[in-house]
Design a protein around this ligand. Sequence first.
Ligand code: ACM
Ligand code: ZN
Length: 604
Amino acid sequence: MKCLRNWLLVLICAAGSVPAIAQLPAALIPEPREIEVLEGSFRLSQSTGLRADKALARTADLLGDYLTATYGLRLKGGAAGKNTIRLVVDRNAGDEAYTLRVGEDGVTIAGSPAGVFYGTQTLRQLIGQTNDGLAVPYVFITDGPRFGYRGLMLDCGRYFYPVEFVKQYIDLMASYKLNRFHWHLTEDAGWRVEIKKYPELTRIGAWRGSTQRGPDPVRDQDRMPHGGFYTQEQIRDVVRYAADRNVTIVPEVDLPGHTMSVLAAYPELSCTGGPFAVPTTWGIKEDVLCIGNERTIAFVEDVLTELAELFPGGLIHIGGDEAPKRRWHECPKCQALIAQKGLKDEHGLQSYFIHHLQRFAASKGREIMGWDEILEGGLAPGATVMSWRGEQGGIEAARHGNPVVMAPNHYFYFDYYQSKDLAAEPFNIWGYVPLDWVYSYEPYGRELTPEQCRNIRGVQANVWCEFIHDEDKVLYMAYPRVLALSEICWTPAAKRDYGGFVRRLPERLHELDRRGVVFRIPEPLGIDRAEVRGNRVVVALEPLVRDARIYYTTDGSDPMVYGKLYTGQIDVPLAFDGVNIQCVVRLPSGRSSAIYKVTPREKE
Ligand code: ACM
Ligand code: ZN
């Protein structure tokens, strides 16, 4: 068979030599380790069989359910000759690795159980609609991840999201081969996990009277009660749901700071005795857990015990970030403990506390992870550092020999803006992290030796919810940036290429639109490349979502209302005040982007 290699080749052959099915593109995200696209396509139809080794029954069910929900196909089990999708365990395959072969013999995905799950995700992305029905291009793919930890966080502490949405979030991230859901379960603004031994955590700590909706902590209060928590039964259900998708949950209880919700419920765990309320504003709060109090130590041990029972994954995230030291400085109990243990100061006290959590978690068979502040005052052995204040903490921890997950805020805080045109974006906290910038991240910094690089276990993006108060906004902030994250986590560094990513994006965004995901619609290609030629302006635009349409105006009027359908290069007189072209992108679902302004090409 002739190897076509390049996914861009869409052969729509002339009449006379028409093959059965037009060649389909293979627009995969994340890009696999190795892919050969071959001439020809496999027809997927009601008569196609689906067979799986016993250990892969759940993965086969998920694939079957997807094909039914998306295409109305109900594939039968049992033998169907060559017209079959086969899922096979390959005991020699690496962790999470698989091969996918689509050819005249049908479809075969072989790998480790996790690898086969990822093979089915790849297969889903390969299925295309042709005039002749559903088809999958002939391919041979050899694939496996670059990093073992491929994470995405959701801040359910600051805003409560129901179980159904958490599941959708996990299901989506798994489509892009991410495998760690960091569930930020506790915050000043709310405690979200049922702990049987401390019922007040969720009776009191899960609820607040109001939410700050805008920049002003006083004027922008909505005065609407908000809250909620996950019962242990619900958590077990989410853990199972995630495991079916090869996603391990990393639960976070943020300690010893960001604990106002704990103190509102149990003020005796503070240095001052309170009273406290669950705050309706965000930011760093002065009151933290009193480490010098034995009841605090018993409390955190009890919480870790219940968490270890609920979450079978190896890691528990204990937070450790943004804990002010003033209360400890003034607290007789904390000062007594500093003296008794011969600690240097309050930083030593924080480190003592984290070391204690590490040892206690180890006694339950768990390792701890913490924000990079856990480096302060001495790092606990084996603790995984999540580097968020840039990369420096991660670099230091990797040099020290500790495992690291890179989540530097200036690349991976997906609550930061995606555009500089703030009028076109929903209000958010601050920052600017556009898609191409996310994609440009390379986890192996130049400061580290190859051996130290091995301590970098992966990368994670975080969706903080100070100002994200609905499900669609979560998805808008996360997507399409999660797709860039996925490629950083999965694809070999040498194969990463933003141009290629952008060419594969339209197919994937078309799919997300079909799935009803309210992602941020990217500006069309060419938007920043208008050419001023004498007294005319010329620009060619291309949407980054397949089958999307662009509507534009050239006189500054609203393209949502007055837009003309873009059918080819715009070539119009230059307005007296310069380039005055604006456009919107309308998706197949009917959803429109914000208004994007065409700007002149920067001089190179
Ligand atoms: C953090 O953003 N405080 C981890
Ligand atoms: Zn204290």
